[in-house]
Each structure stands twice: as structure tokens, then as C-alpha cells.
Design a binder for this molecule. Structure first.
Ligand SMILES: Cc1cc2nc3c(=O)[nH]c(=O)nc-3n(C[C@H](O)[C@H](O)[C@H](O)COP(=O)(O)O)c2cc1C
Length: 335
């Protein structure tokens, strides 16, 4: 049996390097993704600011947005030199900006081009090259659209496919609505995996609990969680014990904060503001008395000049160590 895997979704403005370093204290094994970076930004932009990351984040994949094979190959080479562990191509983002650039979800309509993009990257880097896509867009037949895309990316050697199990509707919905309104069709992704036993397939979209992760993993190889991983990061405590038979790196949110403190201290010493890190920690302690006071303290105090580790410790001190309403995630981790 192949090893089942777990990934935290690429999320613009959310999964920046500080967020990933924080998620890493909760799981050694979860694969983490950057926010999408366009090929133009990688090639012409401030690389260190866009691509720099800390060694603690491994394994970490960079997600590229683009549709020009030459540019993608060049961007992939740059990212490989930065030390990323995987190059992922975005074939799922529906924003207008992305559509105007002719990449993201609209590439579901150009599978041959996507195949050329994968081929160009595979020819340039020796890292795994993966694709994150939807099951289709607009009025596409999802059986045909997903099969076609899969054929086109598997031929040049795509190493893994993550499928957000809903269509993107390219006209009339905002990106946020496109994450909720088009109906989920998990069975379509299960069928894809059944038809391609050799292709690692991960499922994404609307997964809320670790019990659901286990259910999906009966049908596919991997599960990718986005919003729940961000808003209830303690769910990541389940990953190492439940999928890899290893102890979680920390026992709970309190230990997670302690484990993250040295990273925060190092960034503060470099002149980074506390809030840029603590903004990703607001979902910790959900279900514990005091969680709201913790969030409020961080939201108001961590943004102030001079905010430091004591500010974070003061916020954590507002949280009760007695759990009254354990979340499913923590219940599951404790089993
Ligand atoms: C704030 C936000 C930003 C996102 N940015 C990206 C992105 O840059 N690239 C991408 O492929 N998907 C992006 N997504 C989509 C997620 O990767 C994921 O496919 C989607 O949220 C569904 O998974 P979930 O229900 O577990 O959140 C984003 C989602 C959110 C909430």
C-alpha cells in the first residue's frame, strides 16, 4: 500500500512563510504549499521577498501561476534553486486577474497547453512537478474535462494531481463564491483515482474533520485541507499520528505556541512585526474558554509597534487550560 499523504492548500495572503513555519510546529509530515506566485513575479520580481523561506518549512511546494511553457520552465528552475521540494501548477484559480492572464482554472479548457507546461518544467527541474486543478469549468462535462486534463499532464510525467472537487464558474462568481457555490463531487475524484491507479491523486474541497480525511483516503492517496487547516490549525496535530504512526511534534496549542516562539523571536530581531506571524495563529484554542479573549488581545495588541513575545504570552494566558468543548480535531488526536 502506498503511503497516504496530507497537504495544506495554497492560499493567497494566508499561507505565507510565517504561516507555513507555524503549521510546521503542528506537523512534521504535512506537505505545505506557498501562495500562488506568477511566473512574471518569479522571473522579474523581488525574488527573495516572494520566494524566500525558512529551512524549518520543508517539505514545501511552490505553486506557480502561468501558462507559457518557457516562462514556467524558467520560474521552476529559479524555485528549484531556492530549495523548494516540489513545483505545483495552478489550474484552479478563477479570479478575473488570473483569467486575463490566461492561467488558473481557465486552463481546464486548454489541456494540451497544460501538458506542454508540465513537459517544459519536467525537462528543466528534477523535482516533482504536480498540478492542482478543478473537475471542470462552466458547462464542461466533468468526466471528459478531468480525464482530458489528466491524460495531457500524465503523458509528460506529472507526479501528482490534486483535484478541488468542484467546478469553477468563470463568469459571475467571485473567487470566494467559487470555493463554496459550485457543488462538490467527491465521487468524480474517486473515479479518477480508480481509473489511474498509478497516479497519486489528492482530493480537496470542503473537508472539515480528520474523520472525513480518513473517509476520503479510502478512495484516494492524499487529502488537501485549506480553510479548516487555517482556521483550526490544531487539526494538523492529527496528521503525524494518524497517517504516519508518529508522535505529534507538540501535544496541544499551548505547546505549539512555545515551539513557535524561537521562530518569532528570530523574525522580531530581524525587524518583522509580531502581527505578521500571530495573524496566522488566531484560530488556535477554538473551543476553549478564553479563546475569544486570546484572539481579541492578539488582534488589538500584536499590531502595535513594539509588540513582542510577551504580547503573545499575555494573549495565551487568557486561555483556559481546561477544555470544555474539545473540537473533533483534538478529540481525534487524543484517541
Ligand atoms: C484565502 C484563500 C486563498 C486561496 N488561494 C489559492 C491559491 O493561491 N492557489 C490555489 O490553487 N488555490 C487557492 N485557494 C483555494 C484553496 O487552495 C482550496 O482549493 C480551497 O480553499 C478548497 O479547499 P478547502 O475547502 O479545504 O478550503 C485559496 C483559498 C482561500 C480560502
Amino acid at each position: 500500500m502506498t503511503q497516504k499523504f496530507f497537504t495544506v492548500a495554497p492560499m493567497m495572503d494566508w499561507t505565507d512563510r510565517h504561516c507555513r513555519a507555524f503549521h510546521r510546529v503542528l506537523s512534521r509530515r504535512a506537505r505545505l504549499y506557498t501562495e500562488m506566485v506568477t511566473t512574471g513575479a518569479v522571473i522579474h520580481g523581488p525574488r527573495e521577498r516572494l520566494l524566500g523561506f525558512s529551512g524549518v518549512e520543508h517539505p514545501v511546494a511552490v505553486q506557480l501561476g502561468g501558462s507559457d511553457p518557457k516562462d514556467l520552465a524558467e520560474a521552476a528552475r529559479i524555485c528549484a534553486d531556492f530549495g523548494y521540494d516540489e513545483i505545483n501548477l495552478n489550474v484552479g484559480c478563477p479570479s478575473d486577474r488570473v483569467q486575463n492572464g490566461r492561467f488558473g482554472a481557465c486552463l481546464m479548457q486548454e489541456p494540451v497547453l497544460v501538458g506542454e507546461c508540465v513537459a517544459a518544467m519536467k525537462a528543466t527541474v528534477s523535482l516533482p512537478v504536480t498540478v492542482k486543478c478543478r473537475i471542470g469549468v462552466d458547462d464542461q462535462d466533468t468526466e471528459e474535462a478531468l480525464d482530458r486534463l489528466t491524460d495531457c499532464v500524465v503523458a509528460p510525467g506529472c507526479d501528482e494531481l490534486t483535484v478541488h472537487a468542484r467546478k469553477a464558474w468563470l463568469k459571475g462568481l467571485s473567487p470566494k463564491e467559487n470555493r463554496d457555490i459550485p457543488p462538490l463531487d467527491y465521487n468524480r475524484v474517486y473515479r479518477l483515482k480508480a481509473a489511474r491507479p498509478d497516479l497519486p491523486v489528492a482530493i480537496n474541497g470542503g473537508i472539515k474533520t480528520f474523520a472525513e480525511v480518513h473517509e476520503h483516503l479510502k478512495h484516494v492517496d492524499g487529502a488537501m485541507l485549506g480553510r479548516v487547516a487555517y482556521h483550526e490549525p490544531e487539526i494538523l496535530l492529527c496528521v503525524d499520528p494518524e497517517l504516519y504512526g508518529e508522535k505529534a511534534p507538540v501535544a496541544d496549542g499551548f505547546e505549539a505556541v512555545e515551539a513557535y516562539e524561537p521562530y518569532i523571536a528570530a523574525r522580531l530581531a530581524e525587524g518583522e512585526r509580531l502581527h505578521t506571524m500571530t495573524r496566522h495563529m488566531l484560530g488556535l484554542f477554538t473551543g476553549r474558554p478564553g479563546a475569544r479573549a486570546y484572539r481579541r488581545h492578539l488582534a488589538t495588541e500584536a499590531t502595535k509597534p513594539g509588540a513582542n513575545l510577551q504580547t503573545l504570552r499575555d494573549a495565551v494566558a487568557l486561555v483556559s487550560r481546561v477544555e470544555t468543548a474539545p473540537s473533533e480535531a483534538r478529540l481525534s488526536a487524543a484517541e
